[in-house]
Each structure stands twice: as C-alpha cells, then as structure tokens.
Design a protein around this ligand. Structure first.
Ligand code: SAH
Length: 395
C-alpha cells in the first residue's frame, strides 16, 4: 500500500482489514470498528468514523484509504414504487441498481414468497400468489413489507442476448467486489433500511453476467452475508448459462440460489436468441443443472422471456416441460419488456397464461413475473444507463 494508490475499504474482507489495521500499528479490535462503520453504518468518509482516534483516521487518509461508497448519480422513480438508481464509480463508469419494494411477484430470493409453495395442485396461485399472502410484516408507515434490490455485476454485458438492452452496450469492464457490495450499501443508505431488521432480498440480475465476473461476484456474496447481514437464502443469482461456473457455484459453501435464463425450448431457437448457446448448448446446460447440488427444499429457477410468436407457442411450452421433466425446477415467465433497437414484441396476456398452463399441467410450478418499473426503464432487460428518458420512445 503506497501513498499514491487509492485503497477502498468497501470490498475488503475481515482478513484484509485486519492486515491493514496491523500494518498501521493499531490494536486488533479496530478491525471490527472499521467493518461496522463500512458495512453496517455505511459511512461516506473515514472522517465520520468517530470510534477511531483522530490520528488513525488521518493516517488512513494519508495512505490513500477511502470508504469507496459509490455515488448515486441519478434516481428514477416509477409509478409502482420501483426506483432505478444510476450509480457511478471514480473512473467515470456507471451501472444501474434497482430498488423494488414488495418484491416482483416472481423470484424474490427469500424462499418465503408464494412462488415456493405453489404447485400444480394450486394453479390459481400463479401471479397473484404474492398478493394473497398475509402481510405479517407489513410496514404501514413505509407501505412495503419486504424489498428486493437488483444488483449489477459488470458495466455492460458481453453475452449478446438478442432481446436485452444491456447487450447493446457490450461489456466495458468487470465490477470489483467492492463495487458490487457498494451498490447495495448505497441503496440501503438511501432508503434508510438495514438488514436483517428490514427484509431485504438481493438478486444478481442487473447489468452483466455474474458468472463472467465470478470471483468478484462470489467475494461480494460473502461480504454481503458476513458483513452486511443478508442471509444467503435471500439472494438469487441469474446466469445466462456459463456452464463451467455452474459447476463451481455448486461447490461453494455459501451461495445464493441459482436461476438460469433458459429463454428457448430447443437449441435452434436458443442459439438464435442467445448466441452463447453455440458454446454451451441445452444438453450441456441441463446436465449442469441436473447435477447441481440443491439444498433442502431448494429448486432451480428457470427464467423464460416470452417473445411474441417466437418462443411463446404451446408447443414451446411442451418442449420446456420435456426439458425440465426430471429437474427440481420452477419457471419464471417474463413477458418481453420492450426497448428501442429490440426487434421483438410482447405477447398478449392470454398467450402468457396459456404457456403457463401447459407447464403447470406438466407439474412444474410456473409464475409470471409482474414487470416492475417499465415506465422508467428499470424492468428486466431494460438496464442500459438510460439517462435521457425523453429520447426513448414510451415503453
Ligand atoms: N446475465 C444474467 C443476469 C441478468 S438477469 C442472465 O442472463 O441471467 C436478467 C433477466 O432478464 C434474464 O433472465 C434475461 O433473460 C431477462 N431479460 C433480458 N432482456 C429482457 C427483456 N427485454 N424483457 C424481459 N426480460 C428480459
């Protein structure tokens, strides 16, 4: 650690912070004070850590050590309560992070949503299941009983899915572990909430492909569990299907739940929609999913974006049912969220419902995700640093 190099505390784990404290000649208990300040109190600057002696604070600043809390550059607030944050880093790059009060009616990551308890025997529980749930923890003052934060893992994305706006950016760079955790800390601070007292779910479903930034993503997960205080059972990561990393992920002692973006019912279609299918086709992907070591009562979520008249026919649903036949799976259907430059259209609600019914009849719990924040371009597949909303056609 030289004077000139900038070191951010956010992103450092217990061992690394202990080493920093030791090298400064400070007593070991200062490490805990730093961890508390960074990850629980979420201070902006070292100056604010009043538990530390002034001399230590000045010494850290002199070494170029900062907190590294990223800046909220803009907020877009949807009619449905969703907030899309534009979060900026010192090098000028930025990502989007989405706050969704009350969850999204589909995968919430906390294992307690209706999505986990519904089955073929309860077909009526589809999309309205969440609303039917008793609001035991309802917080009247706030108007929500739980919230989900959707986190980005890369600036842009390299995967090139044909229906996704983020793909149009290409990938600019990976986010560091600190930048991934930093999004959560910045949003929690802005919303004035704290896990575990407040029920917060995290989904790694923002910009980027988490499994192409695997080590930083996993370090962020561990920091979120150990230091920020979000249980692993309240987190879900979604991958476009990076097969070797699915194997690695299964071996992690601490890990979020797994979601896989399926999006097509056969190889020909999937290669057209998701070119990465050439490298990791359905056979390889489903073999990895089938071998994935699931925890008690855990299922793999398969996401399926419905594109009108492209992949949304009942025959496609039958093919999906066949693919997932022997799998402990559930399916989240997402009707396409449109965007400029995306050459697909959104199916009508009846087509979505018909698709859902085929899967439910085949015994696969299937849910339709309620779009969140479509009016502010915050919904799935719409994250693209859309600063000038006025230049975009109305969704
Ligand atoms: N790269 C990871 C994480 C992003 S998750 C992955 O692909 O899984 C984002 C989810 O939104 C994915 O399931 C993706 O298939 C879906 N999606 C992408 N574009 C969309 C769009 N235009 N409308 C609805 N869903 C979309």
């Amino acid at each position: 650690m030289t004077n000139s190099s900038q070191v951010a505390l956010l992103g450092l784990d217990r061992t690394e912070i202990a080493a920093l404290v030791e090298s400064a000649g400070e007593p070991a208990y200062r490490a805990q004070q730093l961890l508390e300040a960074v990850y629980r109190q979420r201070v902006d600057s070292i100056e604010q850590i009043s538990t530390l002696p002034q001399q230590f604070r000045a010494g850290l600043a002199q070494k170029g050590v900062s907190i590294g809390l990223p800046a909220i550059e803009q907020r877009f607030v949807s009619q449905d309560g969703t907030v899309r944050y534009l979060i900026g880093f010192p090098d000028g790059q930025s990502v989007e992070t989405v706050w969704m009060p009350e969850g999204d009616g589909g995968e919430a990551g906390d294992g307690s949503e209706a999505g986990d308890s519904a089955s073929a025997a309860e077909p009526s529980l589809g999309r309205t299941g969440e609303d039917a749930r008793p609001h035991t923890f309802w917080n009247a003052a706030r108007g929500w009983d739980r919230a989900t934060i959707c986190i980005s893992s890369q600036v842009g994305c390299a995967v090139d899915c044909q229906f996704c706006l983020t793909a149009l950016l290409g990938v600019k760079r990976n986010l560091s572990a600190g930048e991934i955790v930093g999004q959560v800390c910045a949003v929690l601070k802005d919303q004035k909430v704290s896990p575990p007292e407040d029920r917060i779910n995290l989904v790694f479903m923002g910009m980027g492909e988490p499994f192409l930034n695997y080590d930083n993503f996993m370090k962020a997960v561990r920091l979120l569990v150990q230091e920020v205080g979000v249980a692993e059972s309240r987190m879900t990561v979604s991958t476009a299907g990076i097969v070797p990393r699915i194997h690695d992920f299964g071996e992690e002692p601490v890990r979020p739940k797994l979601a896989i973006s399926l999006n097509a019912s056969n190889d020909e279609l999937r290669t057209r929609l998701m070119p990465l299918n050439r490298k990791w086709n359905l056979e390889k992907l489903l073999a990895a999913a089938g071998n994935f070591p699931l925890r008690h009562r855990e299922r793999i979520t398969f996401e399926y974006v419905l594109l009108n008249e492209v992949n949304d026919a009942p025959e496609n649903a039958k093919e999906v049912a066949e693919l997932l036949r022997r799998m402990r799976a559930k399916v989240n259907l997402i009707a396409l969220n449109p965007g400029p430059g995306i050459d697909f259209s959104t199916p009508a609600a009846e087509r979505v419902a018909a698709f859902q019914q085929v899967l439910i009849a085949a015994g696969i719990p299937t849910f339709v995700r309620r779009p969140r924040g479509r009016d502010i371009y915050a919904a799935c597949g719409q994250l693209k640093r859309t600063v000038a909303l006025a230049t975009m056609p109305a969704p």
